[in-house]
Write a protein that binds this ligand. Structure first.
Ligand code: FE
Length: 435
């Protein structure tokens, strides 16, 4: 087989994006780009003197915001997705066997439903990008987004079965530090590919119960609409703006319990999961500054408020407090972070005692809790905090400290948040490279 493309893998936490390049024409495609890495991708393109022609999404992502819409806005690249995908931003719809041209070569789309109903694999030269359909040593889960264990069986054991074993496999995720595999290697070692009986395969997937990715509904809905870039505001800029004549409205998108424990003043509380229902309360004639603990949830909120003039507080409330800016602190309520520590510690202790006294299998409990805490530390998204936050104790919002409360002002509308400037992009990119 003639090789046209080179492939460059870019990891961000447990996600992979891929730059597919025709070195002869300098045309490039990006597979599964993340919104928080757009600056990095743009500089990679610039450094390699490439033209981004195409962004391809292997499926609608539920665990991270997609950078596809912003990349299209900045480069004019087409966005290709499955014809089955619900998307306001896709400009090219792919069906099984469709080929998209990139430079002197083509990339073939292979419908691969199962993880989601809009999943695609992509074959380019001797490589196969499997999205979340086939992972190294595993496969994508099938319990949300119209996923189906039966459909995944068809995909893995029939649709992909005829492909050559020497294809290099590039998945959308890996959670164990691996980077690639081959189809032959997976056929020999992947437990799900070795489960050739349909019933066993389906049972194996359906017996595993997992929590959904944090903020999944908000992420999916933002990805369907297209994630717009959100501007950022530093602590100093926000402090100055709040003291000025056109003070922005600060919206705190954390949970009520977190807000009660500490918040900046003035601010109003609209938890992230209430934004789809309550965004009409927001003014159209005033800038909105979105705040959470470190900025991750605020970026998600900004993605949902695309039509409003939003900025995200860089570093969140943590940066605000570290800068010695004033906050209002609650009294009696135990913070969500402390609640997580108490519950996690209790589960670990109970698991350890039961492992000694009853069965070693209880040892899995502290291991599970530990894995959850590591995940929360890396991603700043804590599943346990999300669950605890939904308890009635944490949902009460009548004991607000200070003037800012749940009640937000009345409607208005404004333009979308602006694109970050190129100079700032370069600085951020350079800093990321140095670190
Ligand atoms: Fe996925």
């Amino acid at each position: 087989m003639t090789t046209t493309f080179s492939v460059h893998q870019m990891r961000a936490e447990n996600c992979f994006a891929y730059l597919i390049v025709d070195p002869g024409t300098r045309d490039a495609a990006l597979v599964d780009p993340r919104a928080d890495r757009v600056v990095e991708y743009l500089h990679e393109l610039e450094d390699r003197e490439l033209r981004l022609r195409l962004v391809i999404e292997t499926h609608t992502h539920a665990d991270h915001l997609s950078g596809a819409a912003e990349l299209r806005a900045r480069t004019g690249a087409e966005i290709a997705m499955s014809a089955r995908a619900t998307s306001d931003v896709a400009t090219r719809r792919l069906r099984d066997g469709d080929r998209v041209t990139l430079g002197r070569g083509t990339i073939e789309a292979l419908e691969s439903p199962g993880h989601t109903d809009d999943s695609l694999s992509l074959r380019a030269d001797g490589t196969l990008f499997t999205g979340d359909a086939l992972l190294i040593g595993g496969a994508g889960r099938t319990d949300f987004q119209n996923g189906s264990a039966e459909a995944l069986y068809e995909t893995l054991h029939k649709r992909l079965a005829g492909l050559p074993g020497d294809l290099t496999l590039y998945p959308a995720h890996d959670y164990a530090g691996r980077t690639h595999s081959t189809l032959a290697q997976e056929r020999a070692t992947n437990p799900l590919l070795r489960l050739t009986q349909r019933d066993q395969f389906v049972a194996a997937l359906q017996t595993v119960e997992q929590p959904k990715p944090p903020n999944m509904d908000a992420i999916v809905s933002a990805n369907v609409r297209g994630v717009r870039p959100s501007s950022r505001v530093t602590v100093g800029e926000l402090a100055d703006a709040l003291a000025g004549p056109a003070a922005p409205l600060v919206i705190d998108v954390r949970l009520p319990a977190e807000y009660r424990a500490v918040h900046l003043e003035p601010s109003v509380l609209i938890p992230l999961d209430e934004i789809p229902r309550r965004h009409t309360e927001l003014p159209h004639d005033r800038e909105l500054v979105l705040v959470c603990r470190t900025g991750a949830r605020a970026r998600l909120a900004a993605a949902q408020l695309g039509e409003y003039p939003t900025r995200v507080l860089e570093g969140g409330l943590v940066a605000w407090q570290e800068a010695g800016r004033p906050v209002i602190e609650g009294k009696a309520h135990m913070s969500l972070e402390r609640q997580v520590r108490v519950v996690a510690g209790t589960l670990a202790c109970v698991g350890g005692v039961l492992a000694v006294a009853v069965s070693p299998w209880f040892g899995l409990l502290p291991a599970f809790v530990g894995a959850g805490l590591v995940y929360a530390g890396i991603t700043d998204r804590c599943g346990m905090a999300m669950v605890l936050g939904k308890l009635p104790y944490n949902r009460r919002s009548d004991d607000t400290a200070g003037a800012g409360t749940c009640a937000a002002p009345v409607p208005a509308a404004t333009c979308a948040a602006s694109v970050v400037n190129v100079g700032a992009d370069r600085k951020e990119h350079d800093e990321r490279r140095r670190s």
